[in-house]
Design a protein around this ligand. Structure first.
Ligand SMILES: Nc1ncnc2c1ncn2[C@@H]1O[C@H](COP(=O)(O)OP(=O)(O)OP(=O)(O)O)[C@@H](O)[C@H]1O
Ligand SMILES: [Mg+2]
Length: 262
């Protein structure tokens, strides 16, 4: 694979919690959540990350976008180091990637209207003018299947699936190239899950997005992913093209994971 195919290159990344860096002095046990992980995410594709609870998937997702600073290693976004970027450069680079979390209720401020929540990233980055921001919010709401007149409502007035649509609109408003999706449908009913997955697939096709899709649902990962990586106790134990991976899992742990999902 040539490096031009790679939008994200995670290089020998480690993340240790409780290593005494906390302001309160730590004192908790040291947890090596991610241990020397290297992964490539190809532009315009979906990399699915699977693994049991506590294996380090969310930590890797947060470190890949520098929501958490890794204790070792680096992440290259379009060839540029996130770890060595200064604050200002990192803010600029952050426009290129966004995260959608499992629970849109806790990630959306309940006191802000939907229109304001979707507009906020534009305000923060000083993008466009007031009129263009209002137009952009309307465009985003339509894109994710919400009605424009719903913009004056608050998150609690929506269903779980609709709230996830709001979170997706907010994540996409600055036109990022990469979305980290951390269990984006796990809190939803099965029928609603399918609607959100279909929305994500349509958005990917229309906008040429790259997805880092974190899930413990193997069926879903198989459906959505071009490539798959399996995480076990902080390490990647297997990675490869999705079709080959499901047809011929090589690692013991992967075989168990697939067997237990049937
Ligand atoms: N902020 C934190 N402080 C200390 N330890 C943490 C923190 N976040 C996660 N951990 C620990 O790091 C390890 C990996 O957690 P992580 O949330 O990354 O796993 P996960 O694979 O996303 O799990 P799940 O499937 O349950 O979401 C776990 O042992 C967890 O307890
Ligand atoms: Mg997690």
């Amino acid at each position: 694979m040539s490096s031009t195919d790679a939008i994200v290159q995670i290089r020998d990344l480690s993340m240790t919690y409780g290593s005494g860096r906390s302001l309160l002095g730590g004192g908790g046990p040291v947890v090596q959540a991610v241990r020397g992980v290297s992964l490539t995410i190809r532009r315009g594709t979906t990399l699915g990350l699977v693994g049991e609870s506590g294996s380090g998937k969310s930590t890797l997702g947060r470190c890949a976008t520098l929501l958490a600073r890794p204790t070792a290693g680096d992440v290259l976004f379009k060839g540029e180091s996130l770890v060595s970027a200064d604050r200002r450069r990192l803010t600029a680079l952050r426009r290129g990637f966004q995260t959608v979390f499992q629970d849109p209720y806790s990630s959306l401020n309940p006191r802000k209207t939907v229109a304001r929540l979707i507009r906020e990233p534009l305000d923060i980055h000083g993008s466009g003018n007031p009129a263009s921001r209002v137009a952009r919010v309307a465009e985003m709401m339509q894109l994710v299947g919400l009605r424009e007149d719903q913009g004056s409502r608050f998150p609690h007035e929506f269903s779980g699936g609709q709230r996830q649509r709001i979170a997706i609109a907010r994540a996409l408003v600055l036109e990022p190239e990469l979305l980290v999706l951390d269990e984006p449908t796990s809190a939803l009913d099965v029928s609603v899950q399918a609607q959100i997955v279909n929305l994500l697939l349509r958005l990917q096709a229309d906008l040429g997005l790259t997805y880092f899709f974190i899930s413990h649902n193997l069926h879903l990962v198989r459906h959505i992913s071009d490539d798959v990586a399996v995480m076990y106790k902080g390490q990647i134990v297997e990675t490869g093209p999705s079709a080959q991976f499901f047809a011929n899992p090589r690692h013991d742990y992967t075989q168990q994971l697939i067997a237990s999902a049937v």
